[in-house]
Design a protein around this ligand. Structure first.
Ligand code: 13P
Length: 255
């Protein structure tokens, strides 16, 4: 498994094009000398090309927030894996709970996307999963996590060094300002790791998979997540909208 932590900024649909460009320039300046971890910025689809130009020459990597499973054809409004790769994307977020909720993305769609991305070997998928509050309260978290993993990844062949990132994002912690307790994240990551071991075997899991946490991470609470086992990085929403805050998060988790 790569030893460097990976920190991914999910800008969601929070910024205009000019605001995104200005943030990209600030990121580039802030992270000039940074080499302790891998940092990925995922702007809205329309901002990807501009972001790619601005980030050129830096160590910051580019990711998309969504992709379609077909390569081309009559799929109005969609974007292919190849087009993302062509403009310099290396990562893509898949199955985010906001897409499951607002766009009605279901298990089948997410599975098709993961399969297309892995098969292409052009992008690293960041597969999001996580329980909602009711599931957490009724002690169904473990079952829900394993079910979501199976639905997203079963039957998928992993070749060579193809990386897959699993982002554990408890829905009830997203955008609330309060992250879950680090030991709870640690526990969920362990459940995910065990399920992955069952599906792919320990060797493949340690070589090809990383498990990261997302949900209200900020410069204040990130400390608690720094030394956890099975914690390969973070997926950051709100705190990635300000370069200084995001930089603090990255510095702390990569200490
Ligand atoms: P917040 O950090 O704003 O809670 O968002 C987390 C998230 O959904 C990242 O994908």
């Amino acid at each position: 498994m790569p030893t460097k932590k990976i920190i991914i900024a999910n800008l969601k649909m929070n910024l205009s094009l000019s605001q995104t460009a200005s943030l990209a320039r600030k990121f580039k300046n802030k992270f000039t000398a940074f080499n302790k971890g891998e940092v990925v910025i995922c702007p809205a689809t329309l901002a990807l090309c501009r972001m790619a130009e601005i980030l050129k020459g830096s160590r910051l990597k580019l990711g998309a927030q969504n992709v379609f499973w077909e390569e081309n054809g009559p799929y109005t409004g969609e974007t292919s894996v190849s087009s993302l790769a062509e403009i310099g994307c290396q990562y893509v977020i898949l199955g985010h709970s906001e897409r499951r909720m607002h766009l009605l993305e279901n298990y089948e769609m997410i599975h098709k996307k993961v399969a297309a991305v892995v098969k292409s070997e052009k992008l690293t998928p960041i597969v999001c999963l996580g329980e909602n509050w009711k599931e957490r309260k009724t002690d169904r978290r473990d079952f829900v996590l394993v079910e979501q993993l199976w639905q997203a990844l079963s039957g998928i062949d992993i070749f060579g060094d193809q990386q897959i990132i699993i982002a554990y994002e408890p829905i009830w912690a997203i955008g609330t300002g309060t992250a879950i307790k680090p030991d709870e994240a640690e526990y969920a990551h362990k459940i995910i790791k065990l399920a992955l071991n069952d599906m792919f075997g320990m060797q493949v899991v340690s070589k090809n998979f990383r498990i990261i946490y997302g949900g209200s991470i900020n410069p204040k609470n990130v400390k608690g997540f720094t030394d956890l086992e099975n914690m390969d990085g973070l997926l950051v929403g709100g705190a990635s909208l300000k370069a200084e805050e995001f930089y603090k998060v990255v510095k702390e988790i990569t200490k």
